[in-house]
Design a protein around this ligand. Sequence first.
Ligand code: SF4
Ligand code: SF4
Length: 278
Amino acid sequence: MIVAVASGKGGTGKTTVATSLALALGSRSQILDCDVEEPNCHILLKPEITDSYPVNLPVPSVDKEKCSLCGKCGEVCQFSAIVLIGQTVLTFPELCHGCGACSILCPERAIQEVPRRLGVIEMGFVKDVEFVQGRIRIGEAMSPPLIREVKTRINRDKVAILDAPPGASCPVITTVKNSDFVIMVTEPTPFGLNDLEIAVEAIEDLGIPMGVVINRCDIGDSDSKDYCARKGLPLLMEIPNHRKIAEGYARGVPLVESMPEYVDKFRNMSDYILNNKH
Ligand code: SF4
Ligand code: SF4
């Protein structure tokens, strides 16, 4: 089972929920940090990293001697990453998605693919929980291919918990796509509700069942709860703005360790998801 943990905005407690769910399930779970621009599950989980490897994207390099300036490469590229302008073929590696179409279609075999470093995948363990994270190279903007590489490490024999990037843009969709269930984490404020609505709308299009966790449930108002009721979104858990949780978080201690009574709550949530997944 694949469970993605997402949120419309950062700072809602998404990583708190993802890490505590993984720890509560223990050896039955695997956690994959897909927030490759700012992976921070490791801060709470402190994994032992046992393996890592670089991730590259193949981008085109044009041999001017062979090129006949036919323009076919520019016509096939959906991302304007290779274009024929006058007597020159220009490439823009930072726009390239590495699909390979231009090199396949080049009639002169003038395009070679060269690697461009995107980032690194790191793997290890947190006690008996499998741990995977992607870490994008500083200055790199092309996160979806790295997220897809993180997802190739999903262990189908476990409950794979994907910590998604915040927001509702392409990296989020890349993460949650093909999940069996999405946990949306929010907080009961007008800002939280606004971003929850946007994220729910984006994920609704994928047809994946969703449920909501309201963090710091005793601040703010009841509008988020009312929204969930109107949308028919199950309220999976409410986490209060408890001093013990905040103190633990400030020291990098996961929720289920600062408040062990939450272990059963996360296990019950997992059971609910198992019975209501895709
Ligand atoms: S498809 Fe090949 S030959 Fe045609 S313009 Fe592009 S690089 Fe040159
Ligand atoms: S590999 Fe694909 S995305 Fe990259 S330049 Fe060629 S056609 Fe465009």
